[in-house]
Design a protein around this ligand. Structure first.
Ligand code: UTP
Length: 264
């Protein structure tokens, strides 16, 4: 297993798709049934062995640092985990957010975990750390099959070989938000990454891409040894109202099932 000394959690986005809820509360603090979305992310990051968590936030979202401070002082499972916070200033894109974290990132491969991509089941970032091989990989990104019609919402993998049932697939490159007709596969990148230190010089040179934002996908496309990781859990885009609602229903079902089992 590769130990991920640092996991970066970008939480500086505007959350416009979840308005008006996000006028009152940061997207990452919205409850998924009975649990703030961010708590799922923190538990997964710590399960990957992270010694340090780096939050990329903004002064307009103070609730996040207050909640993280509360958790770190109250929850025994987070004892010994270092927390750092950097201010992104303006939400110029995920690539810009990750680059903003760099001064606080420890040497070695870094994990990046987007809290609004909730993945229920086995802790995906920990599984990825297990299979990440620094001698042969520059990027391992979580991957999920999507309808091609949805490819313009995702970074899409250009695979080096057709899927052979393996969890780890080599890829030639990534294409950010292609039109369905141009999508090189139906395998989309979702919010978990393990990146070697080679990402930093590439990110520094990455300019605005799709949507006028500095895209992490464009920087990853500049790396040589890319791999997709097909996870087994179920992913919910909680940055979207329907995804958030489905996640809430799934967590509720799970809680009720566990309560029934416990009562038997
Ligand atoms: P999204 O693509 O969901 O963007 O970001 P968003 O701004 O939060 O949401 P919408 O599109 O306005 O509804 C994915 C993740 O990257 C972070 C977000 O906080 C979220 O965790 N992010 C995005 C940043 O930290 N900074 C950015 O500039 C953009």
């Amino acid at each position: 297993m590769t130990r991920l000394a640092t996991v970066v959690l970008p939480v500086a986005g505007s959350g416009t798709r979840m308005r008006p809820a996000t006028d009152a509360t940061a997207k990452e603090l919205l409850p998924i049934y009975d649990t703030p979305l961010l708590l799922f992310a923190l538990e997964e990051a710590v399960a990957s062995g992270a010694q340090r968590l780096v939050f990329v936030s903004r002064a307009t979202k103070p609730g996040i640092s207050n909640y993280v401070e509360h958790l770190m002082s109250q929850e025994p499972s987070f004892a010994g985990v270092e927390v750092r916070s950097v201010d992104q200033g303006e939400p110029l894109g995920l690539g810009h957010a990750v680059l903003s974290a760099r001064p606080e990132v420890l040497p070695g491969p870094v994990g990046v975990l987007l809290p609004d991509d909730l993945i229920l089941g086995a802790p995906v970032l920990a599984e990825m750390a297990d299979v990440f091989d620094p001698a042969s990989m520059d990027c391992l990104a979580a991957a999920q099959r999507v309808d091609r019609a949805e490819s313009s919402r995702y970074g899409m993998f250009d695979l080096a070989m057709a899927s052979v049932g393996s969890a780890v697939l080599p890829a030639r490159t990534l294409v950010e938000k292609p039109d369905p007709a141009d999508a090189p596969s139906d395998l989309a990148v979702v919010g978990r990454y393990v990146l070697s230190e080679k990402i930093w010089p590439v990110l520094e040179k990455t300019t605005e891409g799709a949507g006028g934002e500095i895209q992490l996908t464009d920087a990853i496309a500049g790396l040589d040894r890319l791999y997709a990781f097909q996870f087994s859990g179920c992913r919910y885009d909680c940055g979207d109202k329907e995804g958030w609602f489905s996640a809430t229903q799934a967590v509720r079902s799970d809680r009720l099932r566990k309560e029934t089992v416990a009562a038997e």
